[in-house]
Design a protein around this ligand. Sequence first.
Ligand SMILES: Nc1nc2c(ncn2[C@@H]2O[C@H](COP(=O)(O)OP(=O)(O)OP(=O)(O)O)[C@@H](O)[C@H]2O)c(=O)[nH]1
Ligand SMILES: [Mg+2]
Length: 422
Amino acid sequence: MAGVDVQKPNMESHLRTLKLSGHVGFDSLPDQLVSKSIQNGFIFNIMCIGETGLGKSTLMDSLFNTNFESTPSPHTLPTVKLKAHTYELQESNVRLKLTICDTVGYGDQINKDDSFKAVVDYIDTQFESYLQEELKIKRSLSTYHDNRIHICLYFICPTGHGLKSIDLVCMKKLDQKVNIIPIIAKADTISKSELQKFKSKIIAELQNNDVQIYNFPTDDESVSEINTNMNSHIPFAVIGSTDFIRVGNKMVRARQYPWGTVQVENESHCDFVKLREMLIRTNMEDMREKTHCVHYELYRKKRLEQMGFSDVDSENKPISFQQTFENKRSNHLQELQQKEDEMRQMFVVRVKEKEAELKDAEKDLHAKFDKLKKEHTEEKKKIEEERKKLDDEIIEFNRRKVQYQQIGSSHHTLTLGKSKKK
Ligand SMILES: Nc1nc2c(ncn2[C@@H]2O[C@H](COP(=O)(O)OP(=O)(O)OP(=O)(O)O)[C@@H](O)[C@H]2O)c(=O)[nH]1
Ligand SMILES: [Mg+2]
């Protein structure tokens, strides 16, 4: 920004309140926002965590008053798997793209130490894809299918004996990544007096282990009263059903037993209505907002810091993205240069070492050659001497041969002469 003097105006002190002399029209902004949102449709993503057969799918069918046609999960999987299905729902003129993500095989393994890992990975993967989309030069966030989980319904087994360690570990691992609402599943299996004790026990265990669960917001006046009241009913004890019975002239969801009937939407039977009210009718937008502004923000902050970005430099002075990038680039180039220098030095040292090695080898070779030459000369000399000796011996032999021949022939003549005389 060389040459440009950017002065930040003190907005507060320059702010003047003016009166309009007539209707301008920007009071329609909220309506414009509503109409735009309706046009775009909404996205809501729910994650259901709970052991197999705890009634997750039945509760989803009951909550959205439809049949998602889910199939029961196998109980024999070696690891936990996450399965997400997306549905298009419409109520009046509002379209909702709903994704339900199920934990398949959760709690089925003998060793449950790693059960939370698949869930954490799934949530992080959705954050990461959103971050990557955000970091693109050509972004398409308006059409991007946001898969970040807005709410995690944690299904607690209706044991009446508090939380299992898998519940505490998993919720603790997730509480900074997602909004968690713990719910007591199949609440029709617990008696009224046991339920209160069970709820208090669960809350005490969550507090003792410092597990942060989602609290319905109380800062908005219009909902603060109902939300405060509802916060005191957590964990909601819920019942789900796909069966209907006739009550008066209405068909209602219910579960029928030999000893009686439990109605899903009857507030004196269970907290299903409270959950639906809080989850869908009052706080859906707050969950979407908290996911984006709190949980995703935390993930984004950590990831950008991991990538080496920061809002302040080492002296705590504000630093821009571009400056950080340029600093990183120059550091990187320096490191590269340093590496190159080191490699060059190493290369020279290696060449010198190799040269010395070669020289030593050459010296050895010369020494070997000299030794062989000497040996060869000595050998040659020896052979020469032996040849000379042999030549001398041949000469001597020949001399002696001649001598003997001469002696032989004179003796023969002598002998012959004598016999002639006879
Ligand atoms: N008592 C009781 N039974 C329930 C309730 N909700 C569901 N069930 C029954 O529990 C069984 C399993 O229900 P699902 O909804 O398939 O459970 P799920 O958790 O989706 O099971 P998986 O997807 O296989 O893990 C079915 O027989 C349901 O009828 C409930 O609130 N109370
Ligand atoms: Mg299911």
